[in-house]
Design a protein around this ligand. Structure first.
Ligand SMILES: *Cc1c(COP(=O)(O)O)cnc(C)c1O
Length: 343
């Protein structure tokens, strides 16, 4: 099976399991897990923030951030396809009483020009715009990325209106490679940022939310409230530290593999894709010109050994990751070609 459904399917390597088995641990709710503390300090320093907070998932990182930033009734400006809006079960409404103000990004990517008109004026009838949520790289946008200049423009606009900026950086390391910059540069113009270790970095679980000392101090309470206070969780943090030390540089290989896949698909009848827009590890393509809808396409291709995720009525997503080699990509292309020929 060549599993291209998501970079979440990666499994911890032998070496990663070894550091997990020997991790020094303590009670993290008491702040006493040295490995968790080490991870939090390490990633906060890499991102250029004061402090970090280890949480079980990217969803919890985002929701703790939102709860720390807003009051019930406040409005959150967000792209209509953002993970926080699209894939988190309406959590911001339940957990924080937040109201979304959706705007349409360019492949999910917002800008000061797009956000500006959505900011509420000071009017007692209208909700208060309190937060802007960005996603980099953008999952449903096909792995699209922000430029540092764009982020700076958004942050300046937000500051002018006393609005906070949260960055969902589940795949921020991918974004940094593609933008030829650092994750610190991409995090500078934000009030909070989270990164995931369970995606392309290959750890079994965990995200870290970073921000100012004051922000993290508040966020710890909300993590506890949501049930995210874990105990000897240095076992997981050790895997995340291992991922930072060993699996960041190789993300570039995933990007090359994604490009290779995209260009290969370009040549196939019935498939529509613009390979120039594939800049990270996500490949979204359209099968509308074949006789199959996305669900059937995925189901039938799975029976031939290639796993993809249907992303819309006629679109599918493939994600490259550390458990997929370049040879796997070539084989996946061969199988897909064969599959299309026999339709
Ligand atoms: C996967 C993902 C999340 C959520 O992470 P989980 O660990 O699955 O909760 C958040 N944002 C983006 C952009 C993601 O891709």
């Amino acid at each position: 099976m060549i599993d291209l459904r998501s970079d979440t399917v990666t499994k911890p390597s032998e070496a990663m399991r070894k550091v997990m088995a020997t991790a020094v641990v303590g009670d993290d709710v008491l702040g006493e897990d040295p490995t968790v503390n080490q991870l939090q300090d390490k990633i906060a320093s890499i991102l250029g923030k004061d402090a970090g907070l280890f949480v079980p998932s990217g969803t919890m990182a985002n929701q703790v951030a939102i709860k720390t930033h807003i009051q019930p009734g406040d409005e959150i400006i967000i792209d209509q396809n953002a993970h926080i809006f699209y894939y988190e079960c309406g959590a911001a409404a339940v957990v924080s009483g937040g109201q979304f103000h959706c705007v349409r990004g360019d492949e999910g990517i917002l800008s000061a020009e797009i956000i500006g008109p959505a900011i509420r004026p000071p009017d007692i009838h209208q909700p208060t715009t309190r937060l802007i949520c960005l996603e980099n790289s953008h999952n449903r946008g096909g792995g699209s990325i922000y430029t540092v200049e764009n982020l700076a423009g958004i942050y300046q606009l937000a500051a002018e209106h006393d609005i906070r900026v949260h960055l969902d950086g589940a795949r921020l390391f991918n974004a940094a490679f593609a933008a030829k910059t650092t994750v610190a540069e991409l995090s500078r113009q934000t009030d909070s940022v989270c990164v995931a270790f369970s995606k392309g970095l290959g750890a079994p679980a965990g995200s870290v939310l970073c921000g100012s000392w004051e922000f993290i101090e508040k966020a710890i309470r909300f993590r506890k409230m949501l049930g995210g206070g874990m105990r000897q969780v240095g076992i997981l943090a050790a895997a995340c530290i291992y991922a930072l030390d060993n699996n960041v540089e190789r993300l570039e290989v995933d990007h090359q593999n994604a490009k290779r896949l995209a260009y290969g698909l370009t040549e196939m009848d019935g498939i529509k894709i613009d390979p120039e827009h594939v800049v990270t590890n996500i490949v979204i393509f359209d099968v509308g010109a074949t006789p199959l809808d996305a669900d059937t396409f995925a189901e039938r291709l799975a029976s031939m050994g290639v796993l993809l995720i249907p992303f819309g009525p006629t679109t599918l997503r493939a994600v490259t990751h550390l458990d997929v080699t370049t040879a796997d990509i070539d084989l996946a292309l061969e199988i897909t070609q064969e599959f299309l020929k026999n339709l």
